[in-house]
Design a binder for this molecule. Sequence first.
Ligand code: HEC
Length: 491
Amino acid sequence: MKTTLFSIFLLVLGGSTMAVNELTESWTDTLPDSKVYNESDQYQEVQEILNGKCVSCHSGPTAAHGLQLDSWKHILTGSEHGEAVIPFDAERSLLSEITTKLVGGPHPEELGEPGLTTDEKSFLNNWIDRGAPSKEGLIAFADAEHLLYAANQGDALISVIDMESNVVIRTVDLQKLGFSANAQPHHIVVEPDGSYWYVSLISDNTILKFDRSNTLVNKLTFERPGLLALDPNTDKLYAGRSMAAVSPPQTIGIIDRVSMNLEEMGVFFPRPHALAVEPKSGAVYTASLSVNQIATLYPEDESIELFTMAGEKMHTLVQFAISPNGQWMAGTTELTSSIFLFDLTKNIEIGPIDTILVNSAPWHPSFTPDGRWVYAGNNRDNTVSVIDMNSRTLVNVIEGNGLSQPHGSATSHDGQYVYISNRNLETPGMQMSSSSSAPLPTGKTGYQPRYDLGDNSHIGTIVVIDIYSQSIVKVIEIEKYGSGLGVAGAN
Ligand code: HEC
């Protein structure tokens, strides 16, 4: 049901008005007094409820946390911290959660004010689940252009974030599409024009293809998929194997993105994980988690070159990123906590040009769109390393609230923001590392959610870093175990 709603409501925020009546029967049943509402009545009644019980504290310049609840636009804009309403998902909308699950008494009762009645709560939830339409039937963020997709590996859920306002604007609940609660969405890649996106489900052994309105359009079976990479100049999508897989096939997947047909190509080493495509040549780079080897695949003639790194120490390459001009490839290493820089204009056999030591367990690296910086969160240090590609040195280590087992990374198309997803699974001192026995940081606290909703103590986050100031500007709360991030234009 949810996916159909998406495609029907392709209306523009602030654009021409249009009533949407097709969906009335799906919600009239559940209305508290079984009155039949039209679009405009439903929002009107929502506004009356909020006027009666909320706007005394949530309007004007002194509104609590900047959250104004006095108009549709304000409600959908959210607070200074983030969204209050996620259209189509009442269950995960703070406006609903805070008035039902807040520990210490549901809000605003905890402030000594009358709370919402059961009928009012279900009326609000119903409105949100229908997309929180305005009185004209508009759905917020239907026209959002620059989207960030975040996998919640612990929740069978994808969060979709608008990169202009940095709020969660949609969720895609995989369980509602028939996948398991433990599907483990891991990594996401997006077509260069944003038309489709792909996600790997580790435990469900599946790779899914969604269109821009989040309708599932195709899927294929692939054993323990991990990282994905796409070639922007062809129809090829590549898939490696998850870290959770102990002895997966020694192949990577080569997928035709149009037909979603799969071929497998041997890489001749165990546990292929790190994965990136050099867009100019179409060469694919992958590395093993358990031997110090990198394979370069040339899809046009299906040839492969293997490169063994010098030295005895096990590195465990986690992930690659390639600079926009195709010259540099950054590779993060879990066990030696380094970022390798390979010059792809030279033979990879000469090894990394630079080995930059960083804090513990750098995870997914990202280049900024101008190629100037490489960012990577350090999974066991709760920090983010910043490499300046002019000097090819570590120039900054960012720390701060929201960084808790950093995992994925992505940059916005305009080069303004870097996004770092965080697992936030572990209590410091506890050990739940996916692939090694290295100790976790002690004395570094995990992220404490802004509100105690009883069930959210370990929710993941996406930390938004401003590239110009290299500082954290926002912490977006998502669901459990923030892992891979996908944006259009990254490969
Ligand atoms: C008596 C004043 C008061 C009333 C009435 C009130 N709120 Fe609040 N609201 C607050 C304050 C203060 C906060 C910040 C809470 C905190 O810091 O713990 C808040 C926070 C919130 C937030 C979280 C904003 C964020 O992002 O941090 C939401 C959502 C919210 N209120 C919704 C409502 C709704 C819905 C109603 C009506 C049912 C309501 N509030 C009524 C004072 C009020």
